[in-house]
Design a protein around this ligand. Structure first.
Ligand code: GTP
Ligand code: MG
Length: 370
């Protein structure tokens, strides 16, 4: 990971790349300008050329951003965060819509505009459940690859008239790899050709054993269309969450993950953030990826302006200088100087990675041409 191209090293020392290459040659290594050398070699060369080297490691900059060992005894229960997955057209969006509207006070129904791709629903037992509406499988994988663990429970939607399909299997594998418990929603139970029993058998073939098959995985037969058994599904999620015993410290600076972000014409950069620990407040100085800002406003899933958002609460954040990327982790820092240090370092890393892969590509293109 810690490496630099010969060109970049020469640039930073204001030396000619050819002199760097000559130095390396003296040490018995043949290189071209686009080659990447490791940090130790780079330091050696720089010192040979009479420069003083100050190495800044990622650990120096990132240190303390995320408080890994939070020994606080001040922890409280938090709501589960749920992601809905499943094969194309099996009814993921319909199910989320129905769950959301099942929860909307009548009279408001239909008039509600959904502002953000994440929202909270209250289960029949009065507990809140946070649903994330965005991640397709690709987004889920990308977030996981970037170390962002946002989901506590996966709802796997399988259409009863279609059964287990390729993306169902993919979702099963994702959930297993991420070690996230799954609840099966056998959807479209209203259809005349619905075969829920067949779904259970097919799941068994993919090592998902539902309770009626002697296993531990909970399944609920639902119809997103007719709003059948939605309360039962919510109850099952709530029960699963109780088993997970989700707790966190709400009274510390916020940490979270960017679910989506965009540049809004009127409002500037807008990021939907899931707060995971601590409490995010208006006025906080924040970093996410290579972007920083000061929280100017927080908007709830109901479209209301709020002053703060605690753990498991999804919120729209206004005040970033530029839109961060989905999957970026958000942290609150002490002051703007710290935020600038972190983001300028990350921006630099980003440019360098881009340059390295671009020069690598150019190199191989040249080879192809010659
Ligand atoms: P993608 O986002 O494309 O992967 O699809 P999806 O899984 O979100 O499915 P979506 O909710 O868009 O539903 C696909 C189709 O199935 C739509 O025509 C829905 O009206 C229909 N559908 C969804 N749920 C039900 C159900 O419970 N019963 C019946 N009969 N149709 C349903
Ligand atoms: Mg959909």
């Amino acid at each position: 990971p810690e490496a630099i191209t010969i060109q970049e090293l020469a640039n930073r020392m204001a030396e000619r790349a050819v002199d760097v290459i000559r130095m390396l040659m003296k040490q018995g290594a043949m290189h071209k300008i686009t080659d990447v050398i490791d940090a130790d070699t780079a330091q050696l060369i720089a010192e040979e050329l009479g420069h003083t080297v100050k190495r800044v490691a990622a650990s120096d900059v990132e240190e303390g951003l995320f408080d890994v060992a939070d020994n606080s005894t001040d922890i409280e229960p938090r709501s589960p965060v749920v992601t809905v997955m499943g094969h194309v057209d099996h009814g993921k969006t319909s199910l989320l819509d129905s769950l959301r509207h099942a929860n909307v006070v009548s009279g408001e129904a239909g008039g509600i505009t959904q502002h953000i791709g994440a929202y909270q629903v209250t289960s029949p037992d009065g507990k809140k459940i946070t649903f994330i509406d965005t991640p397709g499988h690709a987004a889920f994988t990308a977030m996981r690859a970037r170390g962002a663990k946002v989901t506590d429970v996966v709802i796997l939607v399988v259409a009863a008239d279609d059964g287990v399909m390729p993306q169902t299997i993919e979702a099963i594998n994702h959930a297993k790899a991420a070690k996230v418990p799954m609840i099966i929603a056998i959807n479209k139970i209203d259809k005349p050709d619905a075969k829920p029993e067949r779904v259970r058998t097919e799941l068994l073939q993919h090592e998902v054993q539902v309770e009626s098959m002697g296993g531990q995985v909970v399944d609920v037969e639902v119809s997103a269309k007719n709003k059948t058994n939605l309360d039962k599904l919510l109850e099952m999620i709530s029960l699963q969450a109780d088993l997970l015993d989700l707790k966190t410290n709400a009274s510390r600076p916020a940490e979270g993950t960017v679910i989506e972000a965009k540049l809004d014409r009127g409002r500037g950069p807008v990021a939907t953030v899931l707060v995971q620990r601590g409490t995010l407040r208006v006025g906080d100085i924040i970093v996410a990826g290579a972007e920083m800002g000061r929280v100017r406003a927080l908007i709830s899933d109901q479209g209301e302006t709020v002053n703060e958002a605690g753990p498991s609460v999804p919120v729209e954040v206004l005040g970033f200088n530029g839109p961060p990327e989905a999957g970026d982790r958000l942290a609150v820092v002490e002051n703007e100087a710290r935020a600038r240090q972190v983001t300028s370092y990350r921006a630099h890393q980003k440019r360098e990675n881009a340059a390295a892969s671009a020069s690598g590509m150019r190199g191989s293109l040249e080879q192809m041409m010659s």
